[in-house]
Design a protein around this ligand. Structure first.
Ligand code: SPV
Ligand code: MG
Length: 431
């Protein structure tokens, strides 16, 4: 008896899936694969059901020979171990980023005469509604909030990109690339104080107030599902910080990062060129403790950011603070540097990891940008934040367009570099 394999990356079964299964049954016994969580987050959206729950859900379908977990995106493990006679999939993988997977599967099947079957994808109102429902669920505070901790457990390194509006949120949400046979996307979003302020034409000195910062989060959350890490600057007064924690938690934000500075905060990338005062270990620890005390869920994270290297206070000071802030209850440590060379960051991570194997480490490689995610992960880093690159790439493009329209007294000359209106419209989902 021939056997047919199909892999699902879904949290619900709708008529489109049943259609594929019914087609599959015509060719032989059906084995269904459930894509492993850690692969699914690279390729698709975050699952709302655990791997084992998805296996159970598919086992409940009648007439299936088996349900297995598929551990790799490219189907190699399935092809090597099981040699399916047929692999069947919706024809939505004949183009776009998924085409790379289809091409690979076709090539591997041809090695032993296996066949690939593309079934017309079911596009209709019911399927769209089912799909929208999962997306909405992912955007709900109780699902979104806990996702950062889930990602830290699942991924060698969690990648966050800066967003400051609905549009930049959509870029973080939807950008998926195929590179060397792998699909990749960002895991999380960073609401940068620098970029949130810059988008408003304001300096990064805690001038944009919390109400406005929350408005930015809300704009982003309205159109996305990925977890949010909020740049909380110094966290402000302890008496205010506790309210900020409550609000962020209620909104479904996953983490706040606060830096150990007091007084007028300036952006860290100024380093010692401007006057900046570091908080005492005691006072900053008290702020962390106060925040942890008012938090209501186990999901929310308060991450302590250490400015010792920025302010040239030395490695020992940074490590002493890290230890103290973890003892005060910090759920993670962010270590920052404005050196081009990543050496001091890597040294910190290695020394911190000798004593503390678990507390997540966050880095922001804006200055030390030659280091790769994999190298950082080797030194124990858990979250990498690309803190300002979207803003910095948009600004020169917009400025040049403004200059050229002034120069040519019309917009024809700039047209080639503009995003077609059609593409803007398709970026934005309609209900
Ligand atoms: C931000 O993005 O606002 C940050 C990171 O705090 S940095 O600008 O590098 O200080
Ligand atoms: Mg900031």
């Amino acid at each position: 008896m021939s056997f047919v394999y199909t892999c699902f990356t879904t949290d619900i079964i709708h008529e489109g899936h049943l259609n594929i299964i019914n087609e599959a049954k015509k060719y032989g016994d059906v084995i269904i694969g459930v894509l492993a969580d850690k692969v699914m987050v690279r390729f698709n959206r975050f699952p709302t059901l655990e791997e084992s729950e998805r296996v159970e859900m598919l086992r409940s379908i009648e007439g299936i020979r088996d349900v297995i977990i598929q551990k790799d995106l490219m189907y190699d493990s399935v092809i090597d171990d099981l040699h399916p006679d047929y692999i069947i999939h919706g024809d939505n993988w004949v183009s776009g980023p998924m085409k790379a997977i289809r091409d690979h599967v076709e090539m591997r099947l041809s090695e032993y005469g296996g066949k690939l079957i593309d079934v017309p994808y079911t596009y209709n109102e019911n399927v769209k509604h089912a799909d929208d429902k999962i997306k909405e669920k992912l955007a709900m505070p109780e699902y979104r909030r806990k996702r950062l901790r889930q990602l830290i457990r699942l991924c060698p390194v969690v990648k966050a990109i800066e967003v400051h509006s609905g549009l930049t949120g959509l870029i973080a949400e939807k950008t998926v690339v195929e590179n060397n046979g792998e699909l990749d996307q960002f895991d999380a979003m960073w609401i940068s104080s620098l970029c949130d302020s810059t988008a408003k034409g304001k300096p990064d000195i805690e001038l944009v107030d919390m109400t406005s910062r929350f408005r930015t989060i809300d704009d982003v959350m309205e159109v996305t599902t990925k977890p949010v890490i909020f740049d909380g600057d110094t966290g402000g007064l302890i008496e205010h910080f506790v309210y900020t924690v409550r609000s962020l938690e209620r909104m479904g934000v996953s983490a706040i990062i606060i830096e150990d500075k007091v007084g007028l905060k300036k952006n860290s990338l100024f380093g010692t060129e401007v006057e900046q005062t570091q908080d005492t270990i005691e006072h900053f620890s008290e702020k962390i403790r106060a925040g942890k005390k008012v938090q209501l869920t186990d999901d929310f994270m308060i991450i302590a950011r250490i400015e010792s290297l920025i302010l040239e206070k030395g490695m020992e000071d940074a490590l002493t603070r890290a230890k103290a802030f973890v003892e005060a209850g910090a759920d993670g440590i962010m270590i920052h540097s404005r050196k081009k060379d990543p050496a001091e960051i890597l040294e910190f991570c290695d020394k911190f990891r000798m004593e503390d194997k678990d507390t997540p480490i966050v880095v922001v490689p804006s200055s030390f940008n030659s280091v790769t995610e994999a190298e950082l992960a080797e030194h124990g880093v858990n979250i990498v934040i690309y803190a300002n690159q979207l803003t910095r790439s948009a600004f020169p493009a917009m400025e040049q367009t403004a200059k050229d329209i002034l120069k040519y007294h019309r917009a024809l000359e700039v047209d080639d570099r503009l995003l077609p209106i059609k593409d803007i419209i398709s970026l934005i989902d309609e209900l």
